[in-house]
Design a binder for this molecule. Structure first.
Ligand code: NAD
Ligand code: GLY
Length: 357
C-alpha cells in the first residue's frame, strides 16, 4: 500500500493506493468518528463490492446502505434526496460518516450529500473506477448536474480519506478504463511532460490492465492533483488547469444527453479541441497535436467531436462554464505539452474554426 497526503492544513487527508484495501477496517477506522456509517453505492457496484465493505465495518459500526440507480443521468438533486431520506430514516446525526463506494458519479453525489446534511457530515471516498481513483475522489469537488449545465450545483468539501483499491479495476468495463485514462493523460498535458513521455511508452500496458503500471499511473496522477489542490483548493487560480478539455467536454456531455458519451470520452475530445486551438494560436506544434491525438487513440478514446454539434451549440453551453467571468469565456489551453494556462486571450475566429469539424 502506498500513501499520499493531500496537504490542506486542518483538512489534510491521506490517499491510500494498493491492492485489496476495501475490506480492511484499518483504512477506515481512523477516519470515522462516532458509530454511524451510511454506504452509498449503485446497483452495478453493490453486487460486486458492497458486502466486503459492510463486513469490514459491521462489527464496530451501525452500518446502513443506499443503492442508487446507475448512471450520469441520475447525478441530480432528486437522487441526493434519496440519501437524505436514508440518513433521516436511520436517525443519523452529524457524526455520521458517508462512504462513497463507486465511480465519480457516486463520489460527487455522496460528497454533496455529506456537505449539506445537517450542514456537514464526514465522508470517505472509496473510488472503484480509474477515473475516480485518479481524479474525482481527490480534491473535494462535489455536486450534481442541472439540465442546463454539468456540475452546476455543488460544494467544495473534502473527504476524510480516499481508499483506492486497484484490484477493483479488474471488473471495470474496457470503455470505462479508457475513460479514466483520458484524465491520466490530462496530468501529463497540463503539468508533467515526463509523465506524458512515460504514458507514450506504457499506454499498451495500461490498456491491457497491467496492475503495476496502473498503480504507478494512479499515484503519479494523484501526486499531481494533490499538488495543484494544495496550492488552490477553491479554484481561485491555478486549479482551473485541471479542467483541460472540460469546457468543450461538458458541452458535449450535456448536448448529447448525460450518460451517452462518458465523461472521460468527452474530455478526451475536449483536450484535442484545446490542443487544436492552442496550435491555431501558435503555441503547440502540429507534431505535438498529433502526439496527443495518437496517445488518446492508443487508449481507444475518441478524438473527433460529435458531428451533430454546431459552433453555436458549443457556445451556448460553454457560456455557463464555471470559468466564465463577467460573460467572458476563459479556456484552459496548452503553451506546450506539460504547460497549461487559463486564458481569455484567444481569437474568436480561431475558436470557431476549432469547433466546426
Ligand atoms: P461512473 O461513476 O458513472 O462509473 C462508470 C461506470 O462504471 C458506472 O456504470 C459504474 O456503475 C461502473 N463501475 C464503477 N466501478 C466499477 C467496477 N469496479 N467494476 C465494474 N463497474 C464499475 O463514471 P466515472 O467515470 O467514474 O465518473 C464520472 C463522473 O465523475 C462524472 O460525473 C464527472 O463529472 C465526475 N468527475 C468529478 C470530478 C471531481 O473532481 N469531483 C473529476 C472528474 C470527474
Ligand atoms: N477535476 C477538476 C478538479 O478537481 O478541479
Amino acid at each position: 500500500m502506498e500513501k499520499l497526503i493531500v496537504d490542506l492544513a486542518e483538512r489534510s487527508y491521506p490517499i491510500y493506493v494498493g491492492k485489496q484495501l476495501i475490506d480492511q477496517l484499518e483504512y477506515y477506522q481512523p477516519h470515522i468518528d462516532g458509530k454511524q456509517v451510511l454506504i452509498i453505492t449503485n446497483e452495478t457496484i453493490a453486487p460486486l463490492y458492497l458486502e466486503r465493505v459492510k463486513q469490514a465495518l459491521s462489527d464496530r459500526y451501525h452500518v446502513a446502505e443506499v443503492i442508487l440507480p446507475d448512471g450520469e443521468q441520475y447525478k441530480t438533486l432528486v437522487t441526493v434526496e434519496k440519501i437524505y431520506d436514508a440518513l433521516l430514516t436511520n436517525k443519523f446525526n452529524r457524526t455520521v460518516t458517508l462512504i462513497a463506494l463507486g465511480g465519480g458519479v457516486i463520489g460527487d453525489i455522496t460528497g454533496f450529500a455529506a456537505a449539506t446534511y445537517q450542514r456537514g457530515g464526514n465522508f470517505i471516498q472509496v473510488p472503484t473506477t480509474l477515473l475516480a481513483q485518479v481524479d474525482s475522489s481527490v480534491g473535494g469537488k462535489t455536486g450534481v448536474n442541472h439540465p442546463l449545465g454539468k456540475n452546476m450545483i455543488g460544494a467544495f468539501y473534502q473527504p476524510k480519506c480516499v481508499i483506492a483499491d486497484t484490484t477493483t479495476l479488474n471488473t471495470l468495463p474496457d470503455r470505462e478504463l479508457s475513460a479514466g485514462i483520458a484524465e491520466v493523460v490530462k496530468y501529463g498535458l497540463i503539468c508533467d511532460k515526463p509523465f506524458f513521455g512515460w504514458l507514450t511508452d506504457h499506454m499498451d500496458l495500461l490498456v491491457n490492465r497491467s496492475l503495476g503500471d496502473l498503480s504507478y499511473a494512479i499515484l503519479r496522477s494523484c501526486e499531481n492533483k494533490a499538488k495543484v489542490v494544495a496550492e488552490d483548493e477553491r479554484e481561485g487560480g491555478i486549479r482551473a488547469i485541471l479542467n483541460l478539455g472540460h469546457t468543450f467536454g461538458h458541452a458535449i456531455e450535456n448536448y448529447m444527453g448525460y450518460g451517452k458519451w462518458l465523461h472521460g470520452e468527452a474530455v478526451a475530445v475536449g483536450m484535442v479541441q484545446a490542443a487544436e486551438l492552442s496550435h491555431r494560436i501558435g503555441w503547440l506544434t502540429e507534431s505535438e497535436v498529433t502526439k496527443i491525438k495518437s496517445l488518446l487513440q492508443q487508449a481507444n478514446l475518441p478524438v473527433v467531436p460529435p458531428t451533430e454539434m454546431s459552433a453555436d451549440d458549443y457556445l451556448e453551453l460553454m457560456a455557463v462554464d464555471k470559468k466564465v467571468i463577467d460573460g467572458q469565456l476563459r479556456l484552459v489551453l496548452l503553451k506546450s505539452i506539460g504547460k497549461a494556462i487559463v486564458t481569455a486571450d484567444f481569437d474568436q475566429q480561431h475558436l470557431l474554426d476549432t469547433l466546426v469539424v
